[in-house]
Design a binder for this molecule. Structure first.
Ligand code: BGC
Length: 436
């Protein structure tokens, strides 16, 4: 079928992250990582989309696209440039941005940690030690009190597994370490941080008399399959990867129960630590060892990641089985530098959601704008809006127009399918490719 519509209260929005769009010079882990020459195209988050200055224009653009919900992040290194010193200027900036979003009827979902740390926090050992958890909680408290009723919904930590694995197992993200034990330690500290942050946000907001608090984390979930299902080693490593990368973490962050390989660092009273399941979904991965591969002869994006639309519902179901809670797809999108197949990607993933009986309530497309894509820098484009980096010009892509029409129609009509999707086809993987 070439058309579908969503059930009544489903909402479509877009997501961004502070480091990837704001720009600006500050003492943060990712700016220093870029200064040290780790970014493939030699760009730096110092430029990105200059959203810190162009926030008014960008917010007006969100409103023109009829976006009702927006997930974005705040930059810790900007708000607390030195340990214990908070920049009131930075807070006022975010308050103005939030007020404008609210004036347009856009509901914000704020991410408190999205991969980047202030350098002073890194110097103290970051999330490698539980002693530093109170430092992050102090920042969280400052934000939640300052934002008050302008923000009712928070993501504590974005993708603890990606942060830990890339920074401490593969070592190609800051701080560039390579150790299994350290990776597990960081994951365990992040679990404890989230559990405490969840409680703290609820406590502060109820002290302030604020209602409708929703707190969760954004969980990066993959579909893992054995590269060769007849190879027993591939089958064993697939279930180990499932457990190590996402299974234990999903359980612990949601319920507080730590199972192998995680260590229980602090006991936090309670059995539920999310008000919704935040699901970030991108791809299906083929496992042959502890690395990141893809199947051959399957649809792929410009980074070689497999496009596997039914996976979005499969991973959502995994979370629903842990706890039957509302599901928000907090990220889903693709690297399509020429915007040649993003409409088909949107259609296929959203159709899978529309057909699912699961309570998937929201979908945030990654990304609103082309942005600084970590190790890939500016070269990997995920946006519904094109950004010309030297001039900072924004241009709505075809996929952006399609997305706007999906919002307006609460689904895809036959006419929209014929106009945007029908002619599009995915590229195909012919060789073994590796992701970030
Ligand atoms: C991250 C984003 C990133 C996206 C595409 C997610 O893992 O949260 O920051 O840009 O994937 O790679």
């Amino acid at each position: 079928m070439a058309s579908f519509s969503f059930s009544g209260n489903f909402q479509l929005g877009v997501a961004t992250a502070a480091t990837q769009i704001e720009g600006g010079k500050m003492d943060s882990s990712w700016i220093s990582w870029a200064d040290d020459g780790h970014i493939k195209d030699n760009t730096s988050p110092e430029r990105a989309d200059d959203h810190y200055h162009l926030w008014r224009e960008d917010t007006e653009l969100l409103a023109r696209m009829d976006i009702p919900i927006y997930r974005f992040g705040v930059e810790w290194a900007r708000i607390e440039p030195e340990e214990g010193t908070f920049s009131e200027q930075a807070i006022s900036h975010y308050l103005a941005e939030l007020a404008l979003l609210r004036a347009h009827g856009i509901t914000p979902l704020v991410t408190l940690h999205h991969f980047t740390n202030p350098l002073w926090f890194e110097a103290l050992g970051g999330f490698e030690t539980q002693d530093n958890i109170p430092l992050f909680l102090r920042f969280v408290e400052h934000i939640v009190r300052s934002f008050g009723g302008l923000v009712n919904e928070y993501i504590t930590i974005n993708e603890p597994n990606v942060y830990a694995v890339n920074g401490f197992f593969f070592g190609d993200w800051p701080p560039g370490k390579r150790s299994f034990n350290r990776t597990v330690q960081v994951m365990s500290v992040l679990v404890s941080t989230h559990l405490q942050a969840y409680k703290l946000i609820h406590r502060i907001r109820s002290e302030l008399g604020l209602a409708e608090t929703k707190v969760g984390f954004a969980n990066h979930l993959c579909i893992f399959v054995p590269a060769n299902p007849k190879n027993p080693i591939h089958c064993i490593t697939t279930s180990l990867m499932e457990r190590f990368f996402q299974g234990s973490l999903s359980l612990a962050m949601t319920t507080g129960r730590c199972t192998w390989p995680l260590k229980c660092i602090t006991h936090v009273v309670g059995t539920q630590f999310v008000d919704f399941h935040g699901v970030n979904y991108y791809a299906r991965h083929a496992v042959s060892g502890f690395s990141d591969g893809f199947l051959l002869n399957v649809p792929k994006n410009d980074l070689g990641w497999e496009i596997y639309p039914s996976g979005i519902v499969e991973v959502a179901e995994k979370m629903y089985r842990i706890r039957p809670l509302p599901i928000y797809i907090t990220e889903n999108g693709t690297c399509d530098n020429q915007d040649l197949f993003r409409c088909r990607y949107l259609f296929d993933h959203l159709q899978a959601i529309a057909a699912s009986p699961l309570p998937i309530k929201r979908y945030y497309h990654w990304c609103f704008l082309d942005n600084f894509e970590w190790l890939e820098g500016e070269s990997a484009r995920f946006g519904l809006v094109k950004v010309d980096y030297p001039t900072q010009t924004r241009t709505l892509k075809d996929s952006g127009r399609f997305y706007q029409e999906i919002i307006q129609n609460n689904g895809v009509t036959e006419e929209m399918y014929a106009h945007y999707v029908d002619r599009q086809a995915y590229p195909c993987i012919q060789r073994k490719d590796f992701a970030k």
